[in-house]
Design a protein. Structure first.
Length: 179
C-alpha cells in the first residue's frame, strides 16, 4: 500500500486534468487512511502478545530504532534472536558476498536477503548514526580509516542488526557499553 501511495503521488504531480487530480487525491487519502489503520492493527496485535511485546520493547530501547523498524523486523525477520551474527547478516542481505572465480578475486557486494528488512535497516542506520553513541563512534572510526560513505553505512546497518540479534538472543536491554 505504501508503494501504491508513492506511485499515486508521482502520478498526481504529472497529471494535467483536474478530474484525474481529484480522483488521485481521493485515492491517496484512502490509501493513507488504510496504511494508518494497518499500522495501528499491527501495533495492537504486537502489544497484545506478551512475547512480541517484550521483543518490541527491547528493540525500541535502542537509540535510533522506532516503531516502523521494530514492526518490520519482527514481522519480516522472525528469526531475529535465533541465528548467529553471520547468518542473520546474510538473511537480511547486509553481508558482503564474494564475486570470485578461480584465481580472480572480485569486489565484495551486498545482495540477496530480504530487501524489506535491508531497506528498513538503511533508514534505521541513518538515524542511529546521528543519535546512537555506539553506532556514531563506529562510523567515525571507519571514516577515519578512509572507508567510503556507503561502506560505512552498510557496516552500520550490519552492526545495528547484530546488536539487535544479540539483545533478543540474550533477552538483554540496550547498553551502550556492550554495543
Amino acid at each position: 500500500m505504501v508503494e501504491n501511495c508513492v506511485q499515486e503521488k508521482f502520478r498526481l504531480g504529472t497529471s494535467v486534468s483536474k478530474k484525474v487530480q481529484k480522483s488521485l487525491k481521493e485515492h491517496i487519502a484512502w490509501l493513507e487512511k488504510r496504511i494508518a489503520a494497518t499500522d495501528s492493527d499491527l501495533d495492537q496485535c504486537l502489544r497484545a502478545s506478551d512475547i512480541w511485546r517484550v521483543k518490541d520493547d527491547l528493540l525500541r530501547g535502542i537509540p535510533g530504532i522506532g516503531q516502523v523498524t521494530t514492526l518490520t523486523l519482527l514481522a519480516k525477520c522472525p528469526e531475529l534472536g535465533t541465528l548467529n551474527r553471520r547468518e542473520i547478516a546474510a538473511l537480511a542481505g547486509v553481508a558482503p558476498l564474494a564475486n570470485d572465480s578461480g584465481k580472480h578475486r572480485g569486489k565484495r557486494f551486498i545482495w540477496g536477503g530480504r530487501a524489506d528488512v535491508r531497506t528498513v535497516l538503511y533508514m534505521a542506520a541513518l538515524s542511529a548514526r546521528r543519535c546512537n553513541p555506539a553506532i556514531k563512534a563506529f562510523a567515525e572510526r571507519l571514516a577515519q580509516a578512509g572507508k567510503p560513505p556507503k561502506v560505512i553505512l552498510v557496516a552500520c546497518m550490519r552492526k545495528l542488526l547484530t546488536i539487535m540479534n544479540a539483545m533478543l538472543k540474550n533477552n538483554a536491554s540496550w547498553c551502550p557499553k556492550n554495543a
